[in-house]
Design a protein around this ligand. Structure first.
Ligand SMILES: [Zn+2]
Length: 74
């Protein structure tokens, strides 16, 4: 997770969601990730990790595997 956060920070993103976004939408994503299986190691139960660039309000999200640290952009 640290590596993903560091990589995104270099591009100007910090963990979080834009203020304009509905948190309800994210609850759905959290649920989807929790029921997903890692493509790399087959671990079930991924973390939803949203990032926001506060300057541009640009938004990117990843599913993150707590078992093998694999991150897939959603
Ligand atoms: Zn994995």
């Amino acid at each position: 997770m640290d590596e993903l956060i560091k990589k995104m920070a270099e591009e100007g993103y910090v963990p979080g969601i834009p203020g304009s976004m509905e948190t309800a939408n994210h609850a759905v994503e959290v649920e989807l990730c929790a029921n997903s299986i890692c493509e790399k190691c087959g671990h079930e139960g991924l973390e939803y990790v949203p990032f926001v660039d506060h300057a541009s309000q640009d938004f990117r999200a990843f599913s993150f595997c707590p078992n093998c640290d694999n991150a897939e952009e959603l």
